[in-house]
Design a protein around this ligand. Structure first.
Ligand code: RTP
Ligand code: MG
Length: 138
């Protein structure tokens, strides 16, 4: 058994579109446990720390602007191999190519949207998870 914790975010587009419940339903249906949950209006400092690995990339500024556009729901989720498992539930980064059955594949819209509007975030390693959980649940 490898019980892990991960940070899941329902990004501002997911909250604004009223998809928080549907996304949480999928997380719970998979059997993951919600250990903590909060609505957060992230400030620039939090977003810059969260996305430090992307600083300098062309999509960095639009990404921070989008993430500051409205509240996000931060979730501390627990489960066996939840880090990889949630990323698989989420689907590939770009919703236009994400597989059906995934959150981004089923719920992401394919016109008029930027890649960053992909509904959810999930930590990509145990190190990222502990770093990101400390930021969002400070
Ligand atoms: P996440 O970190 O949000 O779970 O998503 P990810 O691993 O699939 O994507 P990552 O490469 O870490 O990128 C972080 C977020 O930046 C936005 N992005 N925009 N080319 C672009 O315009 C572009 N590439 C990435 C997405 O919101 C992505 O989730
Ligand atoms: Mg990532």
């Amino acid at each position: 058994m490898s019980v892990e914790e991960t940070l899941i975010l329902v990004k501002p587009d997911g909250v604004a579109r009223g998809l928080t419940g549907e996304i949480i339903r999928r997380i719970e249906a998979k059997g993951y446990r919600l250990a903590d949950l909060r609505l957060v209006a992230p400030d620039r400092e939090l977003l810059a720390a969260h996305y430090a690995e992307h600083e300098g990339k062309p999509f960095y500024e639009p990404l921070l602007e989008f993430m500051a556009s409205g509240p996000a729901v931060a979730i501390r989720a627990q489960g066996e191999r939840v880090i990889e498992g949630f990323r698989s539930l989420a689907g590939t980064t770009d919703p236009t190519t994400a597989a059906p059955g995934t959150i981004r594949g089923d719920l992401g819209r394919d016109w008029g949207l930027k890649v960053q509007q992909n509904l959810v975030h999930g930590s990509d390693s145990p190190e990222s998870a502990s770093r990101e959980l400390a930021l969002w649940f400070a």
